[in-house]
Design a protein around this ligand. Structure first.
Ligand code: ADP
Ligand code: MG
Length: 495
Protein backbone atom coordinates (compact mmCIF):
# COMPACT_ATOMS: atom_id res chain seq x y z
CA UNK A 1 0.00 0.00 0.00
CA UNK A 2 2.95 2.31 -0.22
CA UNK A 3 2.57 5.17 -2.59
CA UNK A 4 4.96 5.13 -5.48
CA UNK A 5 7.61 7.78 -5.39
CA UNK A 6 6.76 10.06 -8.23
CA UNK A 7 9.37 10.55 -10.86
CA UNK A 8 11.55 13.52 -10.30
CA UNK A 9 12.41 16.24 -12.70
CA UNK A 10 16.15 16.15 -13.03
CA UNK A 11 16.74 19.54 -14.43
CA UNK A 12 18.25 21.53 -11.58
CA UNK A 13 16.52 24.65 -10.48
CA UNK A 14 18.78 27.64 -10.10
CA UNK A 15 20.22 28.92 -6.89
CA UNK A 16 18.75 29.94 -3.63
CA UNK A 17 19.00 32.94 -1.38
CA UNK A 18 17.23 36.20 -0.98
CA UNK A 19 17.36 38.33 -4.01
CA UNK A 20 17.80 42.03 -3.74
CA UNK A 21 16.81 42.68 -7.31
CA UNK A 22 14.66 45.78 -7.75
CA UNK A 23 11.04 45.26 -8.69
CA UNK A 24 10.54 45.08 -12.42
CA UNK A 25 6.95 46.15 -13.20
CA UNK A 26 7.05 44.45 -16.60
CA UNK A 27 7.88 41.10 -15.02
CA UNK A 28 5.24 41.63 -12.41
CA UNK A 29 2.58 42.35 -15.04
CA UNK A 30 3.65 39.38 -17.09
CA UNK A 31 3.46 37.14 -14.03
CA UNK A 32 -0.05 38.39 -13.29
CA UNK A 33 -1.05 37.46 -16.84
CA UNK A 34 0.50 34.03 -16.42
CA UNK A 35 -1.35 33.55 -13.14
CA UNK A 36 -4.60 34.48 -14.84
CA UNK A 37 -3.98 31.65 -17.29
CA UNK A 38 -3.17 29.20 -14.53
CA UNK A 39 -5.98 30.08 -12.11
CA UNK A 40 -8.89 28.51 -14.01
CA UNK A 41 -6.95 25.29 -14.48
CA UNK A 42 -6.53 24.33 -10.86
CA UNK A 43 -8.57 24.39 -7.67
CA UNK A 44 -8.67 27.84 -6.15
CA UNK A 45 -7.45 26.75 -2.75
CA UNK A 46 -4.50 25.03 -4.36
CA UNK A 47 -3.81 28.02 -6.52
CA UNK A 48 -3.82 30.36 -3.54
CA UNK A 49 -1.68 28.04 -1.47
CA UNK A 50 1.01 27.31 -3.98
CA UNK A 51 1.15 30.50 -5.99
CA UNK A 52 0.98 32.91 -3.10
CA UNK A 53 4.22 34.89 -2.77
CA UNK A 54 5.58 33.70 -6.06
CA UNK A 55 7.05 36.00 -8.66
CA UNK A 56 8.64 36.06 -12.04
CA UNK A 57 12.22 36.94 -11.26
CA UNK A 58 13.73 36.94 -14.67
CA UNK A 59 13.12 36.18 -18.31
CA UNK A 60 16.11 35.79 -20.54
CA UNK A 61 16.84 33.77 -23.63
CA UNK A 62 13.64 31.81 -23.43
CA UNK A 63 14.00 30.92 -19.79
CA UNK A 64 11.53 32.21 -17.23
CA UNK A 65 12.80 32.13 -13.66
CA UNK A 66 9.97 31.62 -11.22
CA UNK A 67 10.66 32.60 -7.63
CA UNK A 68 9.21 30.49 -4.84
CA UNK A 69 9.14 31.63 -1.22
CA UNK A 70 9.99 28.29 0.39
CA UNK A 71 12.23 25.34 -0.50
CA UNK A 72 9.39 22.97 0.30
CA UNK A 73 7.30 24.46 -2.50
CA UNK A 74 9.92 23.43 -5.00
CA UNK A 75 9.11 19.73 -5.30
CA UNK A 76 5.43 20.41 -5.46
CA UNK A 77 5.81 22.95 -8.23
CA UNK A 78 8.19 20.80 -10.22
CA UNK A 79 5.94 17.80 -10.02
CA UNK A 80 2.56 19.42 -10.32
CA UNK A 81 2.70 22.85 -11.83
CA UNK A 82 5.71 23.06 -14.08
CA UNK A 83 3.80 21.97 -17.18
CA UNK A 84 0.83 24.23 -16.52
CA UNK A 85 3.11 27.16 -15.74
CA UNK A 86 5.12 26.72 -18.91
CA UNK A 87 1.99 26.47 -21.02
CA UNK A 88 0.53 29.57 -19.42
CA UNK A 89 3.79 31.46 -19.81
CA UNK A 90 3.95 30.58 -23.48
CA UNK A 91 0.47 31.96 -24.01
CA UNK A 92 1.56 35.27 -22.51
CA UNK A 93 5.00 35.43 -24.03
CA UNK A 94 5.83 33.28 -27.02
CA UNK A 95 9.56 33.56 -26.47
CA UNK A 96 9.42 31.54 -23.24
CA UNK A 97 10.55 27.96 -23.72
CA UNK A 98 11.56 26.86 -20.31
CA UNK A 99 10.65 27.34 -16.66
CA UNK A 100 13.24 27.12 -13.93
CA UNK A 101 12.67 27.74 -10.26
CA UNK A 102 14.56 29.72 -7.72
CA UNK A 103 13.87 29.67 -4.02
CA UNK A 104 13.89 33.20 -2.71
CA UNK A 105 13.08 33.53 0.96
CA UNK A 106 12.69 37.27 0.56
CA UNK A 107 9.48 36.80 -1.41
CA UNK A 108 7.65 35.79 1.74
CA UNK A 109 7.30 39.34 2.89
CA UNK A 110 7.73 41.36 -0.21
CA UNK A 111 4.41 42.74 -1.30
CA UNK A 112 5.98 44.88 -3.99
CA UNK A 113 7.44 41.91 -5.76
CA UNK A 114 4.57 39.48 -5.39
CA UNK A 115 0.91 39.60 -6.32
CA UNK A 116 -1.96 39.69 -3.88
CA UNK A 117 -3.87 36.64 -5.02
CA UNK A 118 -6.89 37.23 -2.83
CA UNK A 119 -7.32 40.65 -4.37
CA UNK A 120 -6.74 39.64 -7.97
CA UNK A 121 -8.48 36.29 -7.77
CA UNK A 122 -11.51 36.74 -5.53
CA UNK A 123 -13.75 33.77 -4.91
CA UNK A 124 -16.54 33.80 -7.43
CA UNK A 125 -19.35 31.78 -6.05
CA UNK A 126 -19.70 28.91 -3.71
CA UNK A 127 -19.18 25.53 -5.17
CA UNK A 128 -22.32 24.20 -6.67
CA UNK A 129 -23.35 21.06 -4.94
CA UNK A 130 -25.98 18.72 -6.18
CA UNK A 131 -29.19 19.95 -4.67
CA UNK A 132 -30.93 16.67 -4.73
CA UNK A 133 -29.62 14.57 -1.95
CA UNK A 134 -32.61 12.39 -1.59
CA UNK A 135 -33.44 9.88 -4.19
CA UNK A 136 -36.74 8.16 -4.27
CA UNK A 137 -36.39 4.52 -4.95
CA UNK A 138 -39.04 2.08 -5.91
CA UNK A 139 -41.97 1.88 -3.54
CA UNK A 140 -41.37 5.19 -1.92
CA UNK A 141 -38.12 4.23 -0.27
CA UNK A 142 -35.65 7.03 0.10
CA UNK A 143 -31.98 6.29 -0.24
CA UNK A 144 -29.54 7.43 2.33
CA UNK A 145 -28.63 11.03 1.84
CA UNK A 146 -25.25 11.53 0.27
CA UNK A 147 -23.38 14.19 2.10
CA UNK A 148 -23.02 17.27 -0.10
CA UNK A 149 -19.75 17.94 1.66
CA UNK A 150 -18.11 15.21 -0.33
CA UNK A 151 -17.51 16.17 -3.91
CA UNK A 152 -14.79 15.15 -6.30
CA UNK A 153 -13.67 18.75 -6.64
CA UNK A 154 -12.68 19.05 -3.00
CA UNK A 155 -10.80 15.79 -2.87
CA UNK A 156 -7.12 16.60 -2.99
CA UNK A 157 -5.24 14.23 -5.24
CA UNK A 158 -1.75 13.12 -4.33
CA UNK A 159 0.32 10.18 -5.45
CA UNK A 160 -1.40 8.26 -2.63
CA UNK A 161 -4.79 8.50 -4.29
CA UNK A 162 -4.20 9.22 -7.94
CA UNK A 163 -5.46 5.92 -9.30
CA UNK A 164 -8.50 5.75 -7.00
CA UNK A 165 -9.44 9.31 -7.86
CA UNK A 166 -9.09 8.71 -11.58
CA UNK A 167 -11.20 5.56 -11.34
CA UNK A 168 -13.93 7.43 -9.49
CA UNK A 169 -13.94 10.14 -12.11
CA UNK A 170 -14.21 7.57 -14.87
CA UNK A 171 -17.10 5.86 -13.10
CA UNK A 172 -18.81 9.18 -12.48
CA UNK A 173 -18.57 9.99 -16.16
CA UNK A 174 -19.91 6.65 -17.33
CA UNK A 175 -21.47 4.61 -14.57
CA UNK A 176 -21.85 0.93 -15.21
CA UNK A 177 -19.59 1.05 -18.16
CA UNK A 178 -15.96 0.21 -17.68
CA UNK A 179 -14.98 -0.16 -14.08
CA UNK A 180 -17.60 -2.37 -12.58
CA UNK A 181 -17.46 -3.01 -9.74
CA UNK A 182 -15.12 -0.31 -8.53
CA UNK A 183 -13.37 -1.38 -5.38
CA UNK A 184 -11.49 1.19 -3.31
CA UNK A 185 -9.44 0.03 -0.36
CA UNK A 186 -7.16 1.62 2.22
CA UNK A 187 -6.68 2.41 5.90
CA UNK A 188 -8.91 4.41 8.19
CA UNK A 189 -9.43 8.10 7.53
CA UNK A 190 -7.75 8.16 4.15
CA UNK A 191 -10.69 9.33 2.09
CA UNK A 192 -12.57 6.21 0.97
CA UNK A 193 -15.97 7.41 2.11
CA UNK A 194 -15.24 10.81 0.65
CA UNK A 195 -14.43 9.30 -2.74
CA UNK A 196 -17.42 6.96 -2.72
CA UNK A 197 -19.91 9.66 -1.83
CA UNK A 198 -18.30 12.14 -4.18
CA UNK A 199 -18.72 9.66 -7.01
CA UNK A 200 -22.38 9.22 -6.07
CA UNK A 201 -22.85 12.98 -5.94
CA UNK A 202 -21.21 13.42 -9.32
CA UNK A 203 -23.50 10.84 -10.88
CA UNK A 204 -26.55 12.48 -9.32
CA UNK A 205 -25.51 15.84 -10.60
CA UNK A 206 -25.25 14.47 -14.09
CA UNK A 207 -28.28 12.21 -14.00
CA UNK A 208 -30.59 13.73 -11.37
CA UNK A 209 -33.12 10.95 -11.75
CA UNK A 210 -30.68 8.15 -11.12
CA UNK A 211 -31.35 6.04 -8.07
CA UNK A 212 -28.01 6.31 -6.35
CA UNK A 213 -27.87 4.47 -3.10
CA UNK A 214 -25.10 4.85 -0.61
CA UNK A 215 -25.17 2.57 2.36
CA UNK A 216 -22.76 1.27 4.90
CA UNK A 217 -22.28 -2.45 5.24
CA UNK A 218 -23.63 -2.20 8.75
CA UNK A 219 -26.84 -0.66 7.54
CA UNK A 220 -27.17 -3.12 4.74
CA UNK A 221 -26.75 -5.94 7.24
CA UNK A 222 -29.39 -4.49 9.53
CA UNK A 223 -31.80 -4.21 6.64
CA UNK A 224 -31.22 -7.84 5.74
CA UNK A 225 -31.84 -8.90 9.32
CA UNK A 226 -34.96 -6.75 9.55
CA UNK A 227 -36.26 -8.10 6.24
CA UNK A 228 -35.81 -11.64 7.46
CA UNK A 229 -37.47 -10.88 10.75
CA UNK A 230 -40.49 -9.19 9.21
CA UNK A 231 -40.63 -11.64 6.32
CA UNK A 232 -40.22 -8.89 3.77
CA UNK A 233 -37.31 -10.33 1.88
CA UNK A 234 -39.03 -10.00 -1.45
CA UNK A 235 -39.57 -6.31 -0.89
CA UNK A 236 -35.97 -5.86 0.17
CA UNK A 237 -34.74 -7.55 -2.98
CA UNK A 238 -37.00 -5.62 -5.28
CA UNK A 239 -35.96 -2.40 -3.71
CA UNK A 240 -32.27 -2.98 -4.16
CA UNK A 241 -32.64 -4.30 -7.65
CA UNK A 242 -34.27 -1.07 -8.76
CA UNK A 243 -31.12 0.81 -7.95
CA UNK A 244 -28.96 2.35 -10.68
CA UNK A 245 -25.85 2.86 -8.63
CA UNK A 246 -25.17 0.93 -5.46
CA UNK A 247 -22.44 2.18 -3.18
CA UNK A 248 -21.52 0.07 -0.19
CA UNK A 249 -18.95 1.32 2.25
CA UNK A 250 -16.68 -0.82 4.42
CA UNK A 251 -17.48 -4.28 3.10
CA UNK A 252 -14.88 -5.78 5.42
CA UNK A 253 -17.79 -5.96 7.85
CA UNK A 254 -19.42 -8.59 5.69
CA UNK A 255 -16.98 -11.11 7.10
CA UNK A 256 -18.70 -13.84 9.11
CA UNK A 257 -22.16 -12.72 8.05
CA UNK A 258 -23.16 -15.54 5.76
CA UNK A 259 -26.74 -14.58 5.24
CA UNK A 260 -25.93 -10.96 4.45
CA UNK A 261 -23.17 -12.10 2.11
CA UNK A 262 -25.64 -14.31 0.33
CA UNK A 263 -28.18 -11.51 -0.12
CA UNK A 264 -25.47 -9.18 -1.19
CA UNK A 265 -24.21 -11.71 -3.71
CA UNK A 266 -27.62 -11.95 -5.36
CA UNK A 267 -28.16 -8.19 -5.34
CA UNK A 268 -24.72 -7.71 -6.79
CA UNK A 269 -25.32 -10.21 -9.57
CA UNK A 270 -28.67 -8.75 -10.51
CA UNK A 271 -27.25 -5.26 -10.73
CA UNK A 272 -24.13 -6.39 -12.52
CA UNK A 273 -26.13 -8.26 -15.16
CA UNK A 274 -28.16 -5.12 -15.69
CA UNK A 275 -24.98 -3.13 -16.16
CA UNK A 276 -25.69 -1.07 -13.08
CA UNK A 277 -22.71 0.40 -11.29
CA UNK A 278 -21.53 -1.03 -7.99
CA UNK A 279 -18.93 0.79 -5.91
CA UNK A 280 -17.39 -0.74 -2.83
CA UNK A 281 -14.84 0.13 -0.21
CA UNK A 282 -12.95 -1.84 2.37
CA UNK A 283 -9.96 -1.47 4.62
CA UNK A 284 -8.04 -4.14 2.73
CA UNK A 285 -7.88 -5.69 -0.74
CA UNK A 286 -10.57 -8.23 -1.76
CA UNK A 287 -8.41 -11.31 -1.36
CA UNK A 288 -7.77 -10.45 2.29
CA UNK A 289 -11.41 -9.90 3.18
CA UNK A 290 -12.24 -13.40 4.36
CA UNK A 291 -15.44 -13.50 2.39
CA UNK A 292 -16.89 -16.30 0.33
CA UNK A 293 -14.73 -16.99 -2.70
CA UNK A 294 -17.55 -16.28 -5.09
CA UNK A 295 -17.87 -12.76 -3.68
CA UNK A 296 -14.16 -12.11 -3.70
CA UNK A 297 -13.90 -13.18 -7.29
CA UNK A 298 -16.78 -10.88 -8.22
CA UNK A 299 -14.96 -7.98 -6.63
CA UNK A 300 -11.81 -8.82 -8.49
CA UNK A 301 -13.61 -8.66 -11.79
CA UNK A 302 -13.69 -4.90 -11.86
CA UNK A 303 -11.32 -2.15 -10.98
CA UNK A 304 -9.37 -2.21 -7.74
CA UNK A 305 -7.60 0.90 -6.51
CA UNK A 306 -6.02 1.75 -3.18
CA UNK A 307 -5.65 4.92 -1.20
CA UNK A 308 -2.63 5.19 1.04
CA UNK A 309 -1.37 7.80 3.46
CA UNK A 310 -0.67 11.20 1.94
CA UNK A 311 2.86 12.53 1.94
CA UNK A 312 3.76 15.85 3.52
CA UNK A 313 2.96 18.03 0.54
CA UNK A 314 -0.39 16.35 -0.01
CA UNK A 315 -1.21 16.75 3.68
CA UNK A 316 -0.44 20.41 3.35
CA UNK A 317 -2.58 20.69 0.25
CA UNK A 318 -5.47 18.94 2.02
CA UNK A 319 -5.15 21.33 4.95
CA UNK A 320 -5.20 24.28 2.59
CA UNK A 321 -8.33 22.92 0.96
CA UNK A 322 -10.06 22.34 4.29
CA UNK A 323 -9.05 25.73 5.65
CA UNK A 324 -10.57 27.28 2.58
CA UNK A 325 -13.76 25.26 3.04
CA UNK A 326 -14.06 26.62 6.54
CA UNK A 327 -13.29 30.04 5.14
CA UNK A 328 -10.34 30.43 7.39
CA UNK A 329 -7.15 31.71 5.87
CA UNK A 330 -4.58 30.25 8.14
CA UNK A 331 -1.00 31.27 7.87
CA UNK A 332 1.03 28.89 5.74
CA UNK A 333 3.54 28.33 8.53
CA UNK A 334 0.71 27.15 10.78
CA UNK A 335 -0.57 24.74 8.15
CA UNK A 336 2.97 23.50 7.68
CA UNK A 337 3.27 22.93 11.37
CA UNK A 338 0.12 20.82 11.41
CA UNK A 339 1.20 18.89 8.33
CA UNK A 340 4.60 18.22 9.83
CA UNK A 341 3.37 17.06 13.16
CA UNK A 342 0.33 14.98 12.42
CA UNK A 343 0.09 11.39 11.54
CA UNK A 344 -0.86 10.57 8.03
CA UNK A 345 -4.49 9.98 8.83
CA UNK A 346 -6.46 12.73 7.13
CA UNK A 347 -9.31 12.54 9.59
CA UNK A 348 -6.97 13.49 12.42
CA UNK A 349 -5.52 16.25 10.33
CA UNK A 350 -9.01 17.59 9.82
CA UNK A 351 -9.83 17.21 13.51
CA UNK A 352 -7.02 19.52 14.49
CA UNK A 353 -8.09 22.06 11.93
CA UNK A 354 -11.69 21.88 13.15
CA UNK A 355 -10.53 22.69 16.65
CA UNK A 356 -8.64 25.65 15.31
CA UNK A 357 -11.75 26.80 13.48
CA UNK A 358 -13.83 26.45 16.62
CA UNK A 359 -11.31 28.44 18.55
CA UNK A 360 -11.33 31.09 15.93
CA UNK A 361 -15.11 31.32 15.96
CA UNK A 362 -15.37 31.39 19.72
CA UNK A 363 -12.50 33.67 20.52
CA UNK A 364 -11.80 35.41 17.24
CA UNK A 365 -8.24 34.24 17.60
CA UNK A 366 -6.29 33.37 14.50
CA UNK A 367 -4.51 30.06 14.98
CA UNK A 368 -0.81 30.27 15.59
CA UNK A 369 1.81 27.57 15.81
CA UNK A 370 1.55 27.92 19.55
CA UNK A 371 -2.21 27.60 19.73
CA UNK A 372 -2.13 24.61 17.39
CA UNK A 373 0.53 22.93 19.50
CA UNK A 374 -1.76 23.52 22.47
CA UNK A 375 -4.71 21.95 20.65
CA UNK A 376 -2.61 18.96 19.69
CA UNK A 377 -1.46 18.52 23.22
CA UNK A 378 -5.07 18.48 24.37
CA UNK A 379 -5.88 15.90 21.76
CA UNK A 380 -3.00 13.87 23.13
CA UNK A 381 -0.92 14.39 20.07
CA UNK A 382 1.87 16.38 21.51
CA UNK A 383 3.76 17.54 18.45
CA UNK A 384 7.01 17.66 20.34
CA UNK A 385 6.82 14.18 21.70
CA UNK A 386 6.00 12.29 18.59
CA UNK A 387 9.36 10.92 17.68
CA UNK A 388 11.93 8.79 19.39
CA UNK A 389 14.85 10.81 20.70
CA UNK A 390 18.33 10.68 19.26
CA UNK A 391 19.63 11.10 22.76
CA UNK A 392 20.61 14.72 22.86
CA UNK A 393 21.79 15.62 26.32
CA UNK A 394 19.73 18.67 27.03
CA UNK A 395 16.36 19.35 25.58
CA UNK A 396 16.97 22.12 23.08
CA UNK A 397 14.37 24.71 22.33
CA UNK A 398 12.61 25.04 19.03
CA UNK A 399 13.30 28.39 17.55
CA UNK A 400 14.20 29.14 13.99
CA UNK A 401 12.23 27.43 11.24
CA UNK A 402 13.74 24.66 9.20
CA UNK A 403 13.84 27.06 6.33
CA UNK A 404 16.16 29.24 8.45
CA UNK A 405 18.30 26.24 9.25
CA UNK A 406 18.65 25.32 5.60
CA UNK A 407 19.56 28.85 4.67
CA UNK A 408 22.08 29.24 7.42
CA UNK A 409 23.83 25.97 6.59
CA UNK A 410 23.78 27.00 2.96
CA UNK A 411 25.44 30.33 3.79
CA UNK A 412 27.98 28.79 6.10
CA UNK A 413 29.20 26.17 3.68
CA UNK A 414 28.56 28.16 0.50
CA UNK A 415 26.34 25.58 -1.13
CA UNK A 416 22.87 26.32 -2.38
CA UNK A 417 19.78 25.17 -0.53
CA UNK A 418 18.59 23.47 -3.68
CA UNK A 419 21.78 21.49 -3.98
CA UNK A 420 21.50 20.56 -0.36
CA UNK A 421 17.98 19.24 -0.63
CA UNK A 422 18.64 17.87 -4.11
CA UNK A 423 19.99 14.52 -5.11
CA UNK A 424 23.64 15.29 -5.82
CA UNK A 425 26.10 13.03 -4.01
CA UNK A 426 29.11 15.28 -4.36
CA UNK A 427 31.13 15.31 -1.12
CA UNK A 428 31.03 19.08 -0.74
CA UNK A 429 27.26 18.90 -0.61
CA UNK A 430 26.90 15.66 1.29
CA UNK A 431 28.40 17.06 4.45
CA UNK A 432 26.32 20.27 4.75
CA UNK A 433 23.27 18.14 3.95
CA UNK A 434 24.01 15.88 6.90
CA UNK A 435 24.51 18.89 9.15
CA UNK A 436 21.16 20.29 8.02
CA UNK A 437 19.49 16.96 8.75
CA UNK A 438 21.10 16.85 12.17
CA UNK A 439 19.93 20.37 13.01
CA UNK A 440 16.47 19.65 11.65
CA UNK A 441 16.19 16.71 13.98
CA UNK A 442 17.69 18.46 16.95
CA UNK A 443 15.91 21.79 16.80
CA UNK A 444 12.88 21.25 14.63
CA UNK A 445 12.12 17.81 16.04
CA UNK A 446 11.24 16.72 12.58
CA UNK A 447 10.62 13.06 12.02
CA UNK A 448 13.13 11.10 9.97
CA UNK A 449 10.42 10.38 7.46
CA UNK A 450 9.55 14.02 7.10
CA UNK A 451 13.21 14.99 6.82
CA UNK A 452 13.62 12.35 4.16
CA UNK A 453 10.76 13.92 2.25
CA UNK A 454 12.35 17.35 2.38
CA UNK A 455 15.62 15.96 1.12
CA UNK A 456 14.32 14.66 -2.18
CA UNK A 457 12.37 11.75 -0.76
CA UNK A 458 15.33 10.03 0.80
CA UNK A 459 14.66 6.99 2.88
CA UNK A 460 14.21 7.71 6.58
CA UNK A 461 17.04 5.34 7.49
CA UNK A 462 19.43 7.42 5.38
CA UNK A 463 18.42 10.46 7.39
CA UNK A 464 18.70 8.58 10.66
CA UNK A 465 22.21 7.42 9.81
CA UNK A 466 23.28 10.92 8.85
CA UNK A 467 21.90 12.41 12.07
CA UNK A 468 23.54 9.76 14.22
CA UNK A 469 26.82 10.10 12.39
CA UNK A 470 27.03 13.85 12.97
CA UNK A 471 25.89 13.45 16.57
CA UNK A 472 28.66 10.92 17.29
CA UNK A 473 31.33 12.70 15.34
CA UNK A 474 30.79 15.91 17.27
CA UNK A 475 32.06 14.19 20.42
CA UNK A 476 35.59 13.76 19.11
CA UNK A 477 35.89 16.24 16.28
CA UNK A 478 36.50 19.75 17.67
CA UNK A 479 36.48 21.31 14.21
CA UNK A 480 33.02 19.92 13.48
CA UNK A 481 31.83 20.96 16.91
CA UNK A 482 32.98 24.52 16.26
CA UNK A 483 31.25 24.63 12.89
CA UNK A 484 27.96 23.35 14.21
CA UNK A 485 28.12 25.71 17.19
CA UNK A 486 28.75 28.61 14.83
CA UNK A 487 25.68 27.76 12.81
CA UNK A 488 23.61 27.29 15.93
CA UNK A 489 24.82 30.65 17.17
CA UNK A 490 23.92 32.34 13.92
CA UNK A 491 20.47 30.87 14.25
CA UNK A 492 20.20 32.11 17.81
CA UNK A 493 19.85 28.59 19.08
CA UNK A 494 22.77 28.75 21.52
CA UNK A 495 24.62 31.63 23.04
P1 ADP B 1 -12.20 6.68 5.24
O1 ADP B 1 -13.58 6.43 4.72
O2 ADP B 1 -11.13 6.17 4.33
O3 ADP B 1 -12.00 6.21 6.64
P2 ADP B 1 -12.99 9.44 4.99
O4 ADP B 1 -13.41 9.45 3.58
O5 ADP B 1 -14.07 9.41 6.01
O6 ADP B 1 -11.98 8.24 5.27
O7 ADP B 1 -12.02 10.67 5.24
C1 ADP B 1 -11.84 11.27 6.50
C2 ADP B 1 -11.86 12.77 6.33
O8 ADP B 1 -10.71 13.17 5.62
C3 ADP B 1 -13.05 13.26 5.55
O9 ADP B 1 -13.54 14.43 6.12
C4 ADP B 1 -12.50 13.55 4.18
O10 ADP B 1 -13.16 14.64 3.58
C5 ADP B 1 -11.07 13.90 4.47
N1 ADP B 1 -10.16 13.50 3.39
C6 ADP B 1 -9.50 12.34 3.26
N2 ADP B 1 -8.72 12.32 2.18
C7 ADP B 1 -8.90 13.53 1.59
C8 ADP B 1 -8.35 14.15 0.42
N3 ADP B 1 -7.46 13.52 -0.36
N4 ADP B 1 -8.76 15.39 0.11
C9 ADP B 1 -9.64 16.05 0.89
N5 ADP B 1 -10.17 15.53 2.00
C10 ADP B 1 -9.81 14.29 2.37
MG1 MG C 1 -15.18 5.48 5.64
Amino acid sequence: MTSPVSSRVVEPPVTSGDSVAPVDPALRDLWLDVLKEIAPKIQRSQFITWFRNTALLNREEGTAVVGLPLPMALNWHMENYRGITLEAAKVCDKSIEKIVYKVDGGLKDSQERTIDLLEHFPEKKRRKLPNKHEVKMAEGVVSKILSPRYVIENFVVGSNSRLAHAACQAVAAQPGDKYNPLFIYGGVGLGKTHLLQATGNAILKQIPKAAVVYTTTEEFTNQVIEAIRSQKMEQFRRRYRAVDVLIIDDVQFLANKERTQEEFFHTFNALYEDRKQVILSADRPPQELQLEDRLTSRFERGMIADVSAPDYETRLAILAEKAQEYELFIDMSVLQFIAEHTTRNVRELEGILMQAVAQYELEQRMPTVKSIAEIMRKLNKDPYEEEEDVGFESSPKKAATFQDVLEEVSRYYSVSVNDMIGSSRVREILFPRQIAMYLGKKYQRMSYVRLGEVFSHRDHTTVMNAVNKIDKKMHHDPQLLREVRAIEQELGLVR
